[in-house]
Design a binder for this molecule. Structure first.
Ligand code: SAH
Length: 449
């Protein structure tokens, strides 16, 4: 009945009040009493500083129906938090003690106490302020004085309310709690009355914000007693949110970062190398044309059997190809010879481009990206890895990553040039490639035995 006259609706204003308090005070352990459909808890799980978020309600059926809405979402798995969040739901009564709910930073009780008998409110005070003894408590409850502004409404706002207090009644209860259990309280509320009526009727929902005198230090002292632990609530739900503190999750995120960082570097290097190589190729093409022409002249002049040695030069190695020329007397044979030169020229290009031997970054079909380069170039890898040796260890244990034998580099498949290698293999010059570079010296197991 109360919401239509408020915008945003009153229940949202109450929850927003709690959220604003949490943003200012950053409690790490929060307990919501009478959490009902878990609406407030669902909003609070987005607060990253939170470590433990717990709900308690006497109504187990509602909790069971709504608890799955607290499960992590796909984005929580894709971008796991740096922090550890655990959510728990208990079924039980605020009039009973349970040691698992002691020592929280904040306990909220939003529109709960009016559902208790006055005798139970006394027990609530003792359990919450005396036994749970959190650092702060937020209690909201209807302000009976405001009800005159609900036209045509008599009695309480909800059939299950056992009472609705005036501001004076609420204040008297709150001050007694402070005296009995060592808290101080500020009064406020949400749901503004019409202009000019604040003093006469007050807020629609009145709120007391309690702080323990002496703060966290006093709370900690309280829990040093050796009183026997009591457990009267039933745990219905508990979930650890995906966190980088979980080693498996950290490893998964780190591997993704490392592989994408390494891939970016591979592309960058390939672009750089292609640029340099295009320039070098233009020069080399000229040389080849000259040699080609010279050899053709040579063929025409020397109409006899001769051996021609062709030296294919690539940056850090040489592939020597011997061509045995037999009886190149006819035009047809000369044409064949010309075709051969052309394919040699093509082969040379492929060898240079594919192996990238001069900078040692690419070896055979693998591109080797040193971890130290990733470490210095990717802040996220640094943040996740912690240290270079830890990074190496995490990658070493992961099946999705291939490290070099000494563990100093990530090896990526050089997909960009794989087709060219395949062409080379088809053209029968695979040996030339193999003799130039082997990717990683294969361990000779037989020799070790
Ligand atoms: N806090 C919620 C809902 C309040 S309705 C919100 O802000 O929307 C009151 C809730 O208190 C109900 O879910 C009811 O089941 C719960 N409740 C009533 N008596 C209780 C008790 N003794 N112990 C715990 N929860 C209780």
């Amino acid at each position: 009945m109360e919401d239509p006259i408020f915008s945003p609706p009153l229940h949202r204003q109450r929850h927003q009040f709690v959220i604003d308090f949490i943003k200012r005070n950053k409690p790490q352990k929060v307990l919501d009493l009478g959490c009902s459909e878990c609406t407030l808890l669902k909003q609070l799980r987005f607060h990253r500083e939170m470590e433990l978020l717990v709900g308690l309600d006497i109504d187990g059926a509602t909790l069971k129906k709504k608890m799955h809405g607290l499960a992590p979402m796909s984005t929580d798995y894709l971008q796991p938090s740096d922090d550890q969040l655990r959510i728990e739901l208990y079924q039980g009564s605020v009039t009973q003690r349970d040691a698992r709910l002691r020592g929280f930073d904040l306990v909220t009780s939003i529109e709960l106490i009016e559902h208790l008998t006055l005798a139970d409110v006394e027990r609530f005070s003792e359990v919450v302020f005396g036994y749970m003894a959190p650092v702060a408590v937020i209690v909201s409850t209807p302000n009976f004085e405001f009800n005159i502004l609900f036209p045509g409404k008599t009695g309480f706002r909800h059939y299950d309310h056992k009472f609705e207090w005036s501001r004076a009644e609420f204040k008297s209860w709150a001050l007694k709690v402070c005296l009995d259990y060592g808290y101080e309280v500020e009064f406020t509320g949400v749901g503004e009355p019409p202009p000019g009526q604040q003093e006469s009727v007050g807020f629609c929902s009145q709120i007391g914000v309690f702080h323990r005198l002496g703060g966290r230090a006093v709370c900690n002292m309280m829990f040093c007693d050796d009183a026997e632990d009591e457990f009267s609530y039933t745990l219905l739900y508990s979930k650890n949110y995906p966190s980088l503190h979980d080693n498996n999750i950290l490893q998964r995120v780190l591997v993704t970062e490392v592989l994408s960082g390494a891939e970016k570097l591979r592309r960058k290097w390939a672009e750089e190398t292609n640029g340099e190589r295009d320039a070098a190729d233009t020069q080399a093409e000229g040389d080849w044309e000259e040699r080609h022409r010279a050899s053709e002249q040579h063929l025409e002049m020397e109409e006899k059997q001769t051996d021609v040695f062709l030296l294919v030069e690539i940056p850090s190695s040489e592939v020597e190809i011997s061509v045995n020329q037999m009886d190149c007397k006819t035009l047809q044979q000369a044409e064949q010879q010309r075709g051969f030169w052309r394919s040699i020229r093509k082969l040379r290009k492929k060898i240079c481009f594919g192996l990238m031997a001069e900078d040692n970054r690419s070896l055979g079909k693998c591109v080797s990206v040193p971890l130290a380069v990733l470490w210095s170039g990717c802040p996220k890898v640094r943040a996740l890895g912690g240290s270079l040796s830890n990074l190496r260890q995490l990658l070493m244990d992961h099946p999705g990553v291939t490290l070099s034998q000494d563990g100093s580099a990530v090896l990526l498949n050089d997909q960009e040039h794989e087709e060219e290698y395949d062409d080379l293999e088809d053209s029968g010059y695979a040996e030339a490639r193999q003799c130039s570079h082997s990717v990683e010296p294969e361990e000779d197991w037989d020799a070790n035995v």
